[in-house]
Design a protein around this ligand. Sequence first.
Ligand code: ASP
Length: 322
Amino acid sequence: MPNVVVLATGGTIASRRGPGGAVVATDDPSALIRDVRPDVSVEAHEVVRTGSYRLDFADFRAIADAAHKHLARPDVDGIVITHGTDTLEETAVLLDLIHSDARPVVLTGAQRAADVPDTDGPRNLSDAIAVAANPSAAHHGVLIAFAGTVLAARGTRKSHTTASAGFTNPAGTVGTVIDGHVDIHATTIRPKALEPVTEDFDTTRVDIVSVYPGGDDVLLRAAVRAGARGVIVVGTGIGNAPRGIAEAIRELSDDGVVVGLATRVAAGPVQAVYGDGGGTDLVAAGAVPLQLPPSQSRMLLALLLSAGHSPHDVRELLIHHT
Ligand code: ASP
């Protein structure tokens, strides 16, 4: 029988309504895995128990370390991580960036809490375990099993606040799980794995700054004054910005800050196409176009900065790992 380790981190899948009416992460891991899949041997461990909107970089590292620890065991066939949906995409991409093992790591969660009659948690967890136990999921890196679909970590983002199918990847699905039957139908393309997360990651500040018509460079500069070593500028369209941003990026880049350029648009590339302060000028000023959602671009940039590379090398690595 395949052996799957479930690492619990909290989230709606482990949440119930408390006395004050608010929904909070409550269930311990043994409650989560009760009666899930008789055909898979499942053991559960807890890393943290929290809403994922409260996770910090030390928590992300703890989750990555726990996954590594259990992947060091030859008796483990795959890992499942139960996670709040709000920031599931951050943990998924961080783990994927450093994942060099053939065995799958599969994240899942729920949109409806454990104490409501139509909770989607047990089904999602059962599906995720089925994927983690299935040899066809090997060599796909980190995956997300949610609402009957299997998505690659890279590029996936939460795309609906409440719908059961709460995640979308513009690249499409990698597979499906229907009635417990796993069908992996696509390949995943991933860059070479990066080094594991170091302790420096915990304190590496990377901010996300959105730009918009009529905006200025005040927030971008404030982020750096607050200690950001990297900033993800979330541009409009294909990666453009209003007046003043290109000049600020040039000055900050000259000072060793690494600026990544993402987009507020849900799908499509970021490219240097437009002048007049657009992407061509932003890239000429030092911004690196990134092909991951802003939340995931931030994890990539923080991981590279915390690994001790020079700003120049971080820019090069960003290009290869986006
Ligand atoms: N809505 C969230 C969830 O699904 C809350 C969180 O991210 O923890 O778990």
